[in-house]
Design a protein around this ligand. Structure first.
Ligand SMILES: Cc1cc2nc3c(=O)[nH]c(=O)nc-3n(C[C@H](O)[C@H](O)[C@H](O)COP(=O)(O)OP(=O)(O)OC[C@H]3O[C@@H](n4cnc5c(N)ncnc54)[C@H](O)[C@@H]3O)c2cc1C
Length: 394
């Protein structure tokens, strides 16, 4: 049993660490204090992503990506997740379902997205449909060989930056035909209604979109009529793994900063780590991080081994739930160890603590992950979570 990180993967890890520390970290305070980055800084970041070879890490080289394994992506996302303000999002991950596109869609959308020439956002959530996607109302009505989309989409991450939207709509309002459409941002009838502010300062926005008689051709359907939910399932696995890796990175950075501070800060005549209350917090943080890392690396490796899709789906929920809640606990302790300084926005620990809160909400809330895990337990028994992967012997 070999748990060593292979040299090629280590190289990705070191490159990502260097990228986070030298390119992303220096942008953190500008983003925090101004609430956004200038156009020039964003463009520079995009150029740096390309220069450092991180463009399209999650897609194959045939379509212009870097063809990284899930394990390599996990190592990269862990390092990028150490940056505050979700600066990790500067490294784009073209949406997974795009690989199911037609040849034309791959050339028009996926390849230029991998190359950093185009950027997508994904619009599923609506005012009345969050965790329960059965409540989606956005409709694509067939009109000859075209479709007319009407509806409202909320929390569309990077919607202010994207030049096309992957939108989830029901064909003719039929709930059995959830379908993804590729819609160019400039299509008439498509507009941003509001750009609300959120707890975190994210490098891009999460605007609300209105689709009013947005007419597209049938060539804009991604992956076939009725395939919307199916395509998003695989995508959730990768997105949940990415969130888990980002949370791990955030927790590690907070832990390292708190550990260092506990050595340097002297109160009552000794470094505060000599007070057992602080020492025990650090010990608990170490244990939490070690457990999360072991789980996340294991599941990433299992995906690369192409083990059963249903098992992977269930385990992706486990790591997303565990890592996001772990990061919340670890970073809360990091803030406490810093005392008043942990409450200052100029302190990375304060920002990380705020940033990871959303990881318990997006891509399926913690409650929804528990619903998935509980459902799998009921259907398949405990082994889906307690068994260890074995190679086929026959
Ligand atoms: C910053 C941000 C960015 C986002 N980006 C995107 C994006 O790019 N694209 C997109 O489509 N969406 C995006 N979302 C939306 C996100 O996926 C939803 O917010 C999330 O799925 C929860 O939906 P909701 O907010 O409507 O909450 P609701 O579904 O209304 O849930 C409210 C509460 O009820 C609980 N709950 C609901 N159902 C159950 C149940 N069956 N059992 C137990 N508890 C339950 C939830 O866990 C939660 O605590 C984003 C959200 C945020 C905050």
């Amino acid at each position: 049993m070999d748990l060593l990180i292979p040299p090629a993967d280590q190289t990705w890890q070191e490159r990502a660490k260097n990228f986070a520390e030298t390119i992303l970290f220096p942008q953190e305070l500008e983003l925090e204090l101004n609430g956004s980055l200038s156009r020039e800084t964003k463009d520079n970041l995009r150029a740096e992503v390309i220069k450092h070879g991180f463009a399209g890490i999650n897609h194959s080289t045939e379509v212009g990506g870097k063809g990284c394994t899930q394990f390599q992506q996990t190592l990269i996302n862990e390092e990028l997740g150490k940056a505050t303000g979700a600066l990790w999002a500067a490294v784009w991950h073209p949406a997974v379902p795009l690989k199911h596109g037609t040849k034309k869609q791959i050339e028009e959308y996926l390849r230029p997205s991998c190359e950093g020439k185009r950027r997508a956002c994904v619009a599923i959530t609506e005012p009345d449909a969050g965790s329960d996607t059965n409540l989606i109302k956005t409709t694509a009505r067939r009109r000859g060989d075209r479709y007319v989309i009407d509806g409202e989409k909320w929390f569309v991450t990077s919607g202010d930056e994207a030049d096309y939207i992957i939108v989830h709509a029901l064909i003719d309002g039929d709930i059995s035909k959830p379908t993804l459409f590729l819609v160019d941002r400039k299509t008439p009838g498509l507009s941003i209604k509001r750009e609300p502010k959120f707890t975190h300062n994210y490098i891009f926005g999460h605007p609300e979109f209105v689709f009013q008689g947005v007419e597209v051709s049938e060539e804009c359907i991604l992956g076939g009529v009725g395939m919307g939910l199916e395509l998003t399932k695989d995508w959730f696995v990768e997105a949940r793994l990415q969130i888990a890796a980002n949370c791990l990175g955030a927790a590690i950075r907070g832990f390292e900063l708190a550990n260092d501070w506990a050595n340097r800060r002297v109160q009552f005549g000794v470094p505060i780590r000599r007070h057992q209350a602080i020492d025990f917090m650090l010990a608990d943080m170490a244990v939490e991080i070690m457990a999360a890392k072991s789980m996340i690396y294991r599941v990433a490796w299992e995906i690369d081994q192409k083990i059963d899709r249903k098992i992977i789906h269930a385990r992706a929920s486990v790591i997303k739930l565990h890592a996001s809640e772990m990061a919340g606990r670890v970073l809360d302790k990091a803030v406490q160890i810093f005392g008043g300084r942990g409450y200052m926005r100029e302190n990375a620990v304060e920002r990380l603590n705020r940033d990871v809160r959303v990881d318990r909400i997006w891509e399926g809330t913690s409650e929804i992950q528990r619903v998935i895990i509980g459902g799998q337990l009921a259907k398949r028994g405990t082994g889906i979570f307690t068994d260890w992967h074995r190679p086929q012997t026959k």
